[in-house]
Design a protein around this ligand. Structure first.
Ligand code: HEM
Length: 424
């Protein structure tokens, strides 16, 4: 079975958080605000499955994420998506780290961690800046004489894909393929991205074939890239003895990296520019004080929350905020809601680039928290800060100049198209 499309449900006026149209219309924040006040552990029935608990408060999400024993990410229990990952077999993969619990999780995470250590990420800075400069040259060319330019394609999508190609040690010209497969993988509810089931199968086959080719090549000729790290790593087997990573486990990890490294950063870039256009005084503040950039990056991720949710499964009967949760129940943590929680911030609906320049501000939860905290967070932050530094140096008046088109998805807060003008 392919990953299922979401079936909509008529809920007699109660919200259906699974409805991808809610996010495409950008109407979810009103719904989350009401739920945080009235029903922060909300039972959301499903048309095609058993239903799930929707968790909308920051503290609850933090507590759940830090308790993997009680709230599992394991694929065999359902995994990290609302649909059950153990019921789909589209790519015959084994679970990647994001769908594993301790202690296996740590072994898998350890294999890829060297690719993301601070020294290595900082070492990419000059190359990322050079890429950004090239992309902005192209943007300038397309937008000369005041012409409107489509920003997602020109910049927001291009940068993370080029960086991912560098991590994998593949040519930039492979970027469009990675882009297409990544879109198809998370786009099950958007007819423009998953045009048909056959198309999805074709993407899965192509991605697996491509990943297999790289595996063979890097087994024979290892380099200093993520694929080589995976191909030459060892994982403890059932008896605790190290053995090479299995091919299905590698494919699972490959797909995770393609999607995780791509969709999230792209949508933070587009969503960040949108927020700065809608709040011109914040753009001026940032232009006048570039030292605010690290704070602005955190605020952009809080504001955009590009990953809307992650799911866990209760391993025992338990309670959250006094609500009984049964063993086996799905628990879905809505980061997009936690990041606007009035219990944490007095003004969560204000976009403030200086917010994180003050002491004792709650960490935003856009990268998750606990065991599965985003492995690529530093890389994403670096891309965002370089991009906005260079963008505003070059085009201080760049602004969104027309309506944006959003992704139809309950998983990724995505922007598919966003017109901009480079000058006032
Ligand atoms: C703004 C950009 C990003 C956001 C908002 C984001 C968000 C997240 C979130 C919420 C999780 C937690 C999953 C959970 O708790 O179940 C996660 C995990 C992960 N992310 Fe990111 N991510 C971003 C960028 C990246 C990049 C650039 C990469 C790699 C190239 C990456 C790789 C990963 C990996 C491998 C995991 C799984 C970690 C684990 O299971 O231990 N992410 N990310």
């Amino acid at each position: 079975m392919l990953r299922p499309k979401t079936e909509k449900l008529e809920l007699d006026g109660a919200p259906d958080l699974k409805d991808p149209d809610l996010y495409m219309r950008n109407e979810h924040h009103d719904v989350f605000t009401k739920l945080r006040q009235s029903d922060p552990v909300y039972w959301n029935p499903e048309a095609d499955a058993a239903g799930f608990w929707a968790i909308t408060r920051y503290d609850d999400i933090e507590a759940i994420s830090k308790n993997p024993k009680l709230f599992s990410s394991a694929k065999q229990k359902g995994g990290h998506r609302i649909f059950n990952e153990n019921e789909i077999d589209e790519n015959q993969t084994e679970a990647s780290m994001i769908s594993l619990d301790p202690p296996e999780h740590a072994a898998y995470r350890r294999m890829v961690t060297p690719g993301f250590v601070p020294k290595r990420i900082t070492g990419m800075e000059d190359r990322i800046r050079a890429r950004v400069t090239r992309l902005l040259d192209r943007l300038a060319e397309r937008g000369k004489d005041g012409t409107e330019v489509e920003f997602v394609d020109a910049v927001a999508a291009a940068l993370p894909i080029e960086v991912l190609a560098e991590l994998f040690g593949v040519p930039e010209s492979d970027g469009p393929k990675l882009f297409e497969w990544s879109n198809a993988t998370v786009g099950e509810d958007d007819p423009e991205l998953r045009v048909s089931d056959d198309y999805m199968r074709k993407c899965v086959m192509e991605m697996a074939g491509y990943a297999a080719g790289l595996w063979q090549q890097r087994l024979a000729q290892p380099g200093d890239d993520l694929i080589s790290m995976l191909a030459h790593s060892n994982i403890p087997n059932a008896d605790g003895k190290p053995e090479p990573m299995s091919f299905p486990a590698y494919i699972g990890t490959f797909i995770l990296l393609v999607v995780a490294g791509n969709e999230t950063t792209r949508n933070s870039i587009s969503g960040g520019l949108l927020a700065l256009s809608e709040n011109p005084e914040q753009r001026v503040k940032l232009l006048n004080d570039p030292s605010l950039m690290p704070s602005a990056v955190q605020e952009i991720i809080r504001w955009v929350s590009p990953v809307l949710h992650m799911r866990r499964t209760a391993t025992e009967d338990t309670e959250i905020r006094g609500q009984k949760i049964a063993k086996g129940d799905k628990v879905v943590m809505w980061y997009a809601s936690a990041n606007r929680d009035e219990e944490k911030w007095a003004d969560p609906f204000t976009f403030d680039v200086a917010r994180y320049a003050h002491p004792n501000v709650p960490t935003q939860l856009g990268f998750g928290v606990g065991q599965h905290f985003c492995l690529g967070s530093r890389l994403a932050e670096l891309q965002l800060s370089i991009l906005f530094e260079e963008l505003f140096k070059r085009f201080p008046d760049i602004h969104v100049s027309g309506p944006v088109r959003r992704l139809r998805s309950n998983f990724i807060a995505g922007i598919k198209e966003m017109p901009v003008r480079l000058n006032a």
